[in-house]
Design a binder for this molecule. Structure first.
Ligand SMILES: [Zn+2]
Length: 509
């Protein structure tokens, strides 16, 4: 099927495949999991974060292989802009919770993979705070079996726990976990509990060529805390989460890393969901000093702020005064929603507009290597309680692209940087892992001719409404419910196989 930047159909196993002029009739293309036999996209906007190139182009996928990538110039390129259909490598999420085993009411590997594909993701690294925790190879095998059984081609990678049972007492079976295929270690949900344990973990993980991923939080400072400490929390009567909680933890982690490096030069630290200006400054300086540290920021910390808890619904950059300080949502009469929406309770908490601006600055200058969703689905039961008692987390893997495109549309973030933060950035954080069964492994994630198709196609000119029905995740805990987001995902392909196709994409216009 041949398509000019709009609706398209897929030639597939049972489909009307073939060159230009195929029928494209809905329902004749491949199903999820089946190879994409034929896809031709003409006059689209291609973004290739590996070559650093973006512009008008055409792609052809044949029998699951990205057969050709053609960049258009001159007259052929006329009228093709980055505001229409965009083709990029499939996204890579460094941080998600698929809740299996143990919390299948909130999410499963199958529903998480479906949600990921709807969000444009083809590779997802899941966190080990399952029940039981992913602290031995048997739990990893269960997750891998669930991924195969799901039929989704989305690649599910996993972090092993740093500590046995995630209790922060003793190291997990790190070597066995590495042999079984984990891509790093984390006690996410909690910080690595003690500096001593972190030091040992960095040494072992370094020897194994893997990073330790820390959730930076000084738990002593955050006991009982409900919302980012500041004006909004004070007015709302919520217990403040001190800024020092993240800064302290990042500072500890960097000091321990510097120390561990003297014994193990391969030690590497990744700090996930860094959310405050002061902590990001520490990371920036550590990188400048040559420490092997990387970090990610989340879509929600880039775009939302604590004033949303009071009922504001403007983006973080709209809540910033000209002098760089947060505006007053009450004085601005910016409160348009009910207060205390528990879908906004997240760890680390939504911070000030100044902190959100710092997350963006970090993304722009490379201090932040990646955007990770921290997709944290929860059941209604875990969220329908008073604000401070609600489970932490936002169901965010389906809205990440739309939130980043809001930043692009506002002129705050170049499209190419957004795509890099979703593809090459996260891949660069991890060590190497082998390409298997058509998956790229740690190889560069670009639009690479001759490789198994790993693609997302989305329409920047089309929006979609975030509703519980539209979210494929079991977790409907999104503060963006009811909102229109730009960038409707039309198609996601991993390892040459279909992961997601927009239900309306095959319809004739
Ligand atoms: Zn975390």
């Amino acid at each position: 099927m041949r398509t000019e930047g709009g609706a398209f159909g897929l030639g597939g196993a049972r489909g009307a495949s073939g060159p230009a002029g195929g029928t494209g009739a809905k329902g004749l293309g491949p199903k999820v999991g089946e190879p994409v036999e034929r896809l031709e996209l003409v006059k689209a906007w291609l973004v290739d974060p590996v070559s650093g190139r973006e512009g008008p182009g055409e792609i052809v996928v044949t029998d699951g292989i990205l057969e050709s990538v053609v960049w258009l110039e001159g007259e052929e390129a006329a009228g093709v802009t980055d505001c229409g259909v965009v083709v990029a490598p499939g996204f890579f999420d460094l941080h998600a919770h698929f809740r299996e085993p143990g919390f299948e009411d909130a999410e499963t590997v199958a529903t998480g993979s479906a949600a990921a594909a709807h969000g444009g993701y083809t590779t997802v690294a899941v966190m080990p705070n399952t029940q039981p925790a992913l602290d031995d190879p048997g739990v990893l095998a269960r997750i891998q079996a669930a991924a195969r059984a799901s039929g989704s081609p989305v690649e599910v990678l996993a972090f092993g726990a740093v500590s046995a049972g995630r209790t922060g007492e003793q190291l997990s079976a790190m070597g066995e976990l590495a042999d079984a295929g984990v891509i790093g270690y984390s006690d996410d949900g909690s910080p690595v509990r003690t500096p001593k344990l972190l030091r040992s973990a960095l040494l072992y993980a370094g020897m194994l060529g893997l990073p330790v991923v820390d959730h930076a939080e000084d738990a002593e400072l955050t006991a009982g805390a409900e919302a980012h400490e500041g004006y909004v929390a004070s007015v709302m009567g919520l217990a403040g989460w001190p800024l020092a909680a993240e800064v302290n933890a990042v500072s500890r982690d960097l000091a321990v890393l510097a120390d561990a490096l003297r014994d193990e030069p391969r030690a590497r630290l990744h700090l996930t969901h860094v959310s405050t200006a002061a902590a990001l400054d520490l990371v920036r300086r550590a990188k400048a000093a040559g420490l092997p540290v990387t970090c990610d920021v989340t879509p929600h910390h880039l775009a939302l702020t604590d004033e949303w808890i009071a009922g504001a619904r403007r983006w973080a950059w709209e809540a910033l005064a000209a002098d760089g300080t947060p505006r007053d949502p009450w004085a601005d009469a910016a409160l348009t929603a009910w207060p205390y929406d528990t879908s906004l309770r997240v760890n680390p908490p939504l911070a000030s507009a100044t902190d959100a601006a710092a997350c963006l600055a970090a993304l722009l200058d490379g201090t932040a290597d990646a955007v990770a969703t921290d997709h944290a689905p929860h059941t209604v039961v875990d969220k329908e309680v008073e604000f401070g008692k609600a489970a932490n987390g936002i169901s965010g893997i389906e809205t990440a692209l739309g939130v980043l495109l809001e930043l692009v549309d506002a002129g705050k973030l170049p499209l190419a940087r957004a795509i890099a933060a979703l593809t090459t950035g996260p891949a660069s954080v991890l060590g190497s892992w082998p390409a298997t069964a058509g998956y790229p492994g740690a190889q560069p994630r670009g639009l690479i001719e001759g490789s198994p198709a790993n693609l997302v196609v989305f329409d920047r000119g089309d929006s979609w409404k975030v509703t519980p029905q539209a979210l494929l995740s079991k977790g409907k805990n999104s503060p963006l419910l009811g909102r229109e987001l730009p960038g409707r995902v039309l198609l996601t392909i991993a390892a040459g196989r279909l992961c997601y196709e927009d239900p309306q994409a095959g319809a004739e216009e």
